[in-house]
Design a protein around this ligand. Structure first.
Ligand SMILES: *Cc1c(COP(=O)(O)O)cnc(C)c1O
Length: 467
């Protein structure tokens, strides 16, 4: 490619200019399905095209059709922050283009991954009994954990013998759990019918340990084999958080495997004041925290901590070597800790982010987000015709527009979300709480300010009044 250097510089500069003008753009692009595809050629070119034209098409067709996840007024889903320091690291990773599957295919990447994960372990206040690796997504970490649950419960015969003659395994989680858990149970062959939902109670919408004890006893009486529990710390809908220590006690009573899904809220545990919310996580077998959500290391970067790497490797590695003391060996081959063979170099962005902002910088960001989210929640509570449905958990709360006399509140609130998102100044998503539609509001974008958060009040009330 000619002028490679110039285009590389141009791409980097484009990225900086893009980030600088995000506030002027609608968070969600005003496009309809098929509109972008219609502008892209039907077939690939036989003859090389000038890069000028390729880049111009990117600017004209692709960039305006993106939803801007790095927009400071992105309050939908959860954040997927790509902090500037992470972006710089990714430029380097892309240039090197290494596949980090074995130590020998990526010595520095492997050794940095071990260190960066241990830095995060310390940052979260977890004991040094935990080792870990970086998975692409929390969904992969949870699938790996569920596969370990299956293999432990079957004395590591599931991979070879299959499940047709095996006892029926049971996995437990609350109804607030993320769909990645349903999918892990499907893909592991355990089956969705064997994912048992623990009733929730209390303001944190956490699993009820007494109800779980009864479910397990009933399953054992019916000849099922309990295999593991998945605990929520900050579930996706409204931030439900289970009493992890109580669930850990139950795993010990029945020799079960405990996986903690703290994909989003785990980031907050760099602040000691939030750690009581996951008390007991230090007793878990497996924990996932997405460094690619709130912390700023761009996707994919899921920190997966495990107490016993040997059971993970024994479940997932094609050449398990049970005799090695994993984590103390001379070399670690991280592809044996996950599902894909090939792996990107993901530790560099984490290392850059932790160093460029420091834990204090990241704590300040998280504390600000939590404080601003609470302040906005109070403003909406005071606004006429608005109700708070769930109180702030970390930086997430949910609300509903309920003007007096309105008949179908679910439909009205779905219309409100759509109207707000079509307006483009902010971006929100909906969920259901006890069957009723609620609108989620989460604060977490790396560059967002108090003014960005507070501006949402006017946007929401103004658009609601127009419905
Ligand atoms: C985002 C999220 C997931 C899924 O994360 P991926 O990395 O996209 O797979 C799982 N659980 C919770 C609680 C989440 O917030």
């Amino acid at each position: 490619m000619e002028d490679w250097r110039a285009w590389t510089v141009k791409a980097a500069e484009w990225g900086m200019d893009y980030r600088a003008r995000l506030r002027e753009l609608p968070v969600r692009p005003p496009v309809s399905p098929g509109e972008i595809a219609a502008q892209i050629a039907q077939s690939p070119p036989e003859i090389a095209e000038p890069f000028e034209q390729i880049f111009a098409d990117f600017e004209r067709t692709i960039a305006p059709g993106m939803t801007h996840w790095q927009h400071p007024r992105f309050f939908a889903y959860f954040p997927s922050n790509s902090a500037p320091a992470s972006l710089v690291a990714e430029h380097l990773v892309n240039a090197i283009g290494a596949v980090c599957m074995l130590w020998q295919t990526s010595p520095a990447a492997t050794e940095l991954e071990t260190k960066a994960i241990d830095w995060l372990r310390q940052a979260f206040g977890l004991p040094d009994a935990f080792k870990g690796c970086i998975q692409d997504t929390a969904s992969t970490a949870t699938l790996a954990a569920v596969l370990v649950m299956r293999e432990r419960a079957l004395n590591f015969t599931g991979n070879s013998a299959g499940l047709s003659a095996a006892p029926r395994l049971r996995i437990y989680c609350s109804a607030e759990a993320h769909t990645s858990i349903d999918r892990a149970v499907w893909f592991s062959g355990i089956g969705g019918d064997n994912l048992v939902r623990i009733p929730i109670k209390g303001p944190l919408r956490g699993a009820d340990p007494d109800a779980l004890r009864e479910l397990i006893a009933a399953d054992i009486a019916a000849d099922f084999k309990p295999a593991g529990i998945i605990a929520n710390v900050g579930a996706t809908g409204v931030g439900a958080t289970d009493p992890v220590a109580d669930l850990a006690a139950i795993t010990r009573e029945h020799d079960l495997y405990l996986h903690v899904d703290a994909a989003w809220a785990g980031a907050a545990m760099i602040c000691p004041e939030f750690r009581p919310l996951w008390a007991g996580a230090e007793q878990a077998d497996s924990i996932v925290v997405n460094a690619h959500k709130w912390l700023g290391a761009q996707t994919h970067c899921s920190a997966h901590f495990v107490r016993d790497p040997a059971s993970l490797v024994r479940t997932l590695a094609a050449r398990p070597d049970y005799l090695h003391t994993l984590g103390h060996d001379e070399v670690v081959n991280y592809s044996e800790w996950g599902i894909p063979l090939g792996r990107q170099f993901r530790a560099l962005k984490l290392w850059f982010v932790l160093r460029a902002y420091g834990l204090e910088g990241l704590r300040t960001m998280i504390r600000n987000h939590v404080a601003w989210s609470r302040a906005l929640c109070e403003k909406l509570r005071a606004a006429p015709a608005f109700e708070i449905i769930t109180e702030p958990m970390y930086s997430l709360f949910s609300f509903r527009y309920a003007p007096s006399g309105a008949s179908d509140l679910d439909a009205l609130n779905l219309r409100l979300v759509e109207a707000v998102n079509a307006d483009g100044r902010i971006y929100l998503t909906q969920t259901r709480v006890d069957g009723a539609v609620a609108i989620r509001f989460q604060v977490g974008q790396f560059e967002c300010t108090e003014a960005d958060v507070m501006s949402a009040q006017n946007v929401i009330t103004e658009i609601a009044a127009r419905l």
